[in-house]
Design a binder for this molecule. Structure first.
Ligand code: NAD
Length: 281
């Protein structure tokens, strides 16, 4: 009879150095967040910095000044190293430069939040090809390329890590708005692809100690909606949401720290809805 006691201790909580809360710490880890000038991205980066990680904020080169100011604010508040790097995630050359910059500025990458994305206007059945292509380039190829440099760095440096991708409820179902599909057709297609890419990587990267998970936000008041939504539109969007409200960006922070940390060491290939219940319908 095999003895599995060493492999699977039944009562690890009895160990003097065991602490479940300690497993949520990101102290000593290095990570990057794409789309870090946006609402969800900058809130995630702040959460990782508060949990002790050094973080690179990555967004379009045109937003570098904004990123630098955010990086200074987070470094001051949390006492970790936060740096700003400009990168267009849809451009292979820019992503190759990002890989070099990450190694130069942080040393390595243990955790990565591949989150940059767009949802363009008039994204419905008559969407012009160039708009369709742009959505694919940023949301799907961008996730592919930035995820690839992250796990390449982890494998080249011979350590494990955690990848987290941003999918969407629109990647799981056709969002119903007042009896019609929401105008986000190519967006939905790319997010469905992001979910499957996440799962593929979970299977392929497990032998390297690298986990791959996705989050599926529902309606998050991230700043992108700005002043463009009327009270009536706000209520119409929420008809399919049991919570009947948007989430705040900070309500995603706990899940993003969990998935990055050792507290989720057996979690891979998942796609967690954080959607106020939208996907129950
Ligand atoms: P946001 O617009 O505030 O942030 C998106 C960020 O991505 C922006 O800062 C933008 O500059 C950046 N970006 C766009 N194209 C880029 C490119 N080519 N290279 C680098 N960066 C680029 O919106 P958000 O809500 O914070 O979105 C973050 C992610 O969450 C996106 O992938 C989005 O699809 C997803 N999402 C958002 C919601 C929501 O309700 N807000 C719901 C589901 C999924």
């Amino acid at each position: 009879m095999a003895n599995f006691d060493d492999r699977y201790p039944l009562d690890k909580w009895r160990d003097a150095d065991h602490s479940v809360m300690g497993e949520f710490s990101l102290a000593g880890k290095k990570g990057f967040v794409t789309g870090a000038a946006g609402g969800i991205g900058r809130s995630a980066a702040a959460a990782w910095a508060e949990a002790g990680a050094d973080v690179a904020l990555v967004d379009l080169p045109a937003k570098l000044e904004q990123l630098e100011s955010l990086a200074a604010e987070m470094s001051d508040k949390y006492g970790v190293n936060v740096v700003a790097i400009g990168c267009d995630v849809s451009d292979p050359n820019s992503v190759a430069e990002l890989k070099t910059a990450l190694v130069n500025r942080l040393g390595t990458v243990d955790i990565a939040f591949l989150n940059a994305g767009v949802c363009l206007m008039d994204d419905s059945i008559d969407i012009p090809f160039d708009k369709w292509q742009k959505t694919l380039d940023i949301n799907l190829s961008g996730a592919f390329m930035t995820g690839q440099i992250a796990h390449q760095i982890m494998r080249e440096h011979k350590h494990g890590g955690s990848l987290i991708f941003t999918s969407s409820t629109a990647g799981h179902t056709v969002l119903n708005m007042g009896g019609f599909p929401a105008p986000n057709m190519s967006y939905s297609v790319t997010k469905a692809g992001v979910t499957r890419y996440t799962q593929y990587l979970a299977a392929a990267l497990a032998p390297y100690g690298i986990r791959s998970n996705a989050i599926t936000p529902g309606y998050i008041w991230s700043g992108i909606f700005g002043d463009s939504v009327t009270e009536e539109e706000h209520d119409a969007m929420l008809q399919m949401v049991p919570e009947r409200r948007f989430a705040r960006n900070d309500e995603l922070q706990g899940l993003l720290v969990f998935l990055a940390s050792d507290a989720s060491s057996y979690v891979t290939g998942t796609d967690t809805p954080i959607d106020g219940g939208l996907l129950v319908y």
